[in-house]
Write a protein of this length. Structure first.
Length: 467
C-alpha cells in the first residue's frame, strides 16, 4: 500500500472532519516511507496535528524518512515535549544527519535530548564532516568470544528490545576490541554449549571512525555487506554503519557527479525551493569559467583568419570537427570517472588507460574520418548545389576530404586522450574527478581541435588553393 493522491485528499478531509482516529489508522497502514511522503504534502500545522496522533515509536521511524526541510518545519510546529520525544527516539545516525541540516538550531535541539542521548549526539557531531563517525549508529550488539553460544543468544534476545539491527553481531575481547563479525544465523545453528570463539570467522571487515563516507560506500560495494563495524585507532568497536545509510550517501554522490557533468553546483535544497538568485549565482560561476575558456577558441580562429579567407569552405566543417572531439572526450571522461567510482582503476593505471585510449581513439577517428570523407564525396557528386556558392567542392574536393579524414582522426584521438587523462590529473591533485565534466573537456578540445584542423589543412589543402 503506497501513498496516492487519494490518500492525500482523504487525510485533508479527515483533518477537516477532525476524525483523528481515521488519520491515525491511515498513517499507520502505510509503509513508513509512504507515510512520510503523505505528511510532506500537508501544511506544517496539519503535519504536526497528524504526526502527534502516531505512537511514539512509529512517529520516530516515520520522521527519519521525512525530507530534512520538512523535518525542520515539523519540529518547529511540534511542542517542546513532542519534539524531545521524537529526537530521543531517533536512531543515532539519522539524528546526526538531521542536526547537520539545521546547524542554526542545533544547540536548542540538543538541549531537548536526554543526557545519555545528548552525549552520543555530541560525540558523533564531533567527528569530521563526511566521516564514517557522522553516519554510524552506536546501538549495536557485541558478544564476548569466551561466552557460550547459549549465553550469546540470551544476550542478543535481551538487547533486541533496544537495538534494531541484530542479524549481524560483533565479537570482542574484554577491552571491546573487535575480534570477529558473525551472522546471527551462524549463532542460531551452532551447538549451544560451544564457545563463540569456535564459530567460523574470516578476518573481520571494518571501517575506521575517521574514514570518509566515500570509503564506506566502496567497502560495502566490494564486500556486499549489510552491516560493517566501526572502530577507533585501538580497534575498539564504537558503532556500526548500515547499508541503508551507505545507499543514501551513494545517492548523494551520484547526484553531485551528475551535476558536475553539467558543470553546475549541487543545490542544497530541492530545485523549486532554491532561491532564484542562488541558482543564478551557482550557474554563473561555471558559465563564466567556460566562457573564458571558449574565448581562446575565438582567439585561435582569429589566428587562422587568413586560412579561412583563402578557403572559406574550411569554415563549413568547423562544427563537425569541434563537436566530434568534444563528444569523444566526454565519452572517455565518463568511462574513466565511472571506473574510478567503482574502484576498477586507480592512479597507477593511468598508462594502461592512456595506451588503450590511443588505440580506441585512432579506431574511432578512422570510423568518423571515413564517414566525413564519404560525406564530402557524396555531396560533391550527387548534391553539388548544397555545397556552397560553387557547384560541388571544386577541383580539390579530394584534398578537402583528406583534410576532414585526418583532422577527425587527430581531433578524436586528442579528445579521447584528454577526456581519459583529465580525471587522473584531478585526482592526483586531490580534486573530485567528476569535475572533469563534459563542458570542461569540450572547452579544452575546442581550442586544440581548431589548431589540429588548420594545421592539417595547411599541409594538405591550402598550398593548392589560389588566393
Amino acid at each position: 500500500m503506497t501513498a496516492t493522491p487519494e490518500h492525500i485528499e482523504n487525510v485533508h478531509l479527515l483533518i477537516e472532519k477532525r476524525d483523528f482516529q481515521g488519520i491515525r489508522q491511515l498513517l499507520v497502514s502505510l509503509p513508513h516511507a509512504d507515510a512520510s511522503d503523505l505528511l510532506e504534502h500537508l501544511e506544517p500545522v496539519e503535519m504536526a496535528v497528524s504526526f502527534r496522533l502516531l505512537p511514539k515509536t512509529v512517529a520516530a521511524e516515520i520522521f527519519e524518512y521525512i525530507d530534512p526541510n520538512h523535518q525542520e518545519d515539523l519540529i518547529r510546529a511540534l511542542g517542546e515535549k513532542d519534539a524531545a520525544s521524537i529526537l530521543n527516539a531517533m536512531s543515532d545516525d539519522d539524528r546526526t544527519a538531521f542536526l547537520e541540516e539545521c546547524p542554526e538550531h542545533a544547540v536548542s535541539l540538543l538541549s531537548l535530548l536526554d543526557p545519555a542521548q545528548q552525549r552520543v549526539a555530541l560525540q558523533l557531531l564531533g567527528y569530521p564532516e563526511n566521516s564514517v563517525g557522522r553516519m554510524m549508529t552506536t546501538k549495536f550488539v557485541s558478544i564476548r568470544q569466551n561466552w557460550t553460544i547459549q549465553q550469546s543468544l540470551d544476550y542478543v534476545k535481551e538487547r533486541a528490545k533496544d537495538v534494531y539491527y541484530v542479524h549481524v553481531v560483533c565479537s570482542v575481547d574484554e577491552a571491546g576490541k573487535l575480534l570477529g563479525v558473525h551472522r546471527i544465523r551462524d549463532i542460531f545453528t551452532a551447538d549451544a554449549t560451544s564457545k563463540v570463539s569456535d564459530l567460523p570467522a574470516a578476518p573481520p571487515i571494518y571501517l575506521k571512525v575517521t574514514d570518509s563516507q566515500t570509503d564506506a560506500v566502496k567497502l560495502f560495494r566490494k564486500h556486499s555487506r549489510t552491516i560493517i563495524p566501526v572502530v577507533n585507532a585501538d580497534m575498539i568497536v564504537l558503532g556500526i554503519v548500515t547499508v541503508d545509510d551507505v545507499l543514501e550517501t551513494a545517492s548523494e554522490e551520484a547526484a553531485k557527479d551528475i551535476a558536475f557533468l553539467g558543470a553546475v553546483e549541487v543545490p542544497e535544497e530541492p530545485l523549486l525551493d532554491t532561491p532564484l538568485t542562488q541558482l543564478i549565482r551557482q550557474r554563473a560561476g561555471w558559465l563564466v569559467i567556460l566562457f573564458i575558456g571558449e574565448m581562446f577558441t575565438a582567439t585561435a580562429m582569429g589566428f587562422f583568419e587568413g586560412a579561412i579567407e583563402k578557403a572559406v569552405v574550411l569554415s563549413l566543417f568547423l562544427p563537425l570537427i569541434i563537436s566530434s572531439g568534444g563528444n569523444s572526450g566526454s565519452q572517455a571522461s565518463a568511462l574513466v570517472i565511472r571506473a574510478m567510482a567503482l574502484a576498477e582503476i586507480n592512479l597507477k593505471d593511468w598508462f594502461k588507460v592512456f595506451r588503450r585510449e590511443i588505440t580506441s581513439g585512432l579506431g574511432l577517428g578512422v570510423i568518423l574520418g571515413t564517414i566525413g570523407f564519404a560525406r564530402i564525396a557524396i555531396w560533391h557528386f550527387f548534391f553539388p548545389n548544397l555545397c556552397g556558392s560553387t557547384p560541388g567542392y571544386g577541383e580539390h574536393w579530394f584534398l578537402l576530404g583528406l583534410v576532414i579524414f585526418f583532422s577527425l582522426i587527430g581531433v578524436v584521438l586528442w579528445g579521447s586522450l584528454s577526456g581519459a587523462m583529465l580525471p587522473f590529473i584531478l585526482r592526483r591533485f586531490g580534486f573530485d574527478p567528476a569535475k572533469a565534466a563534459a563542458p570542461f573537456v569540450a572547452t579544452i578540445v575546442d581550442v586544440t581541435g581548431l589548431v589540429i584542423y588548420f594545421l592539417i589543412a595547411g599541409l594538405i589543402f591550402l598550398p593548392y588553393i589560389k588566393g
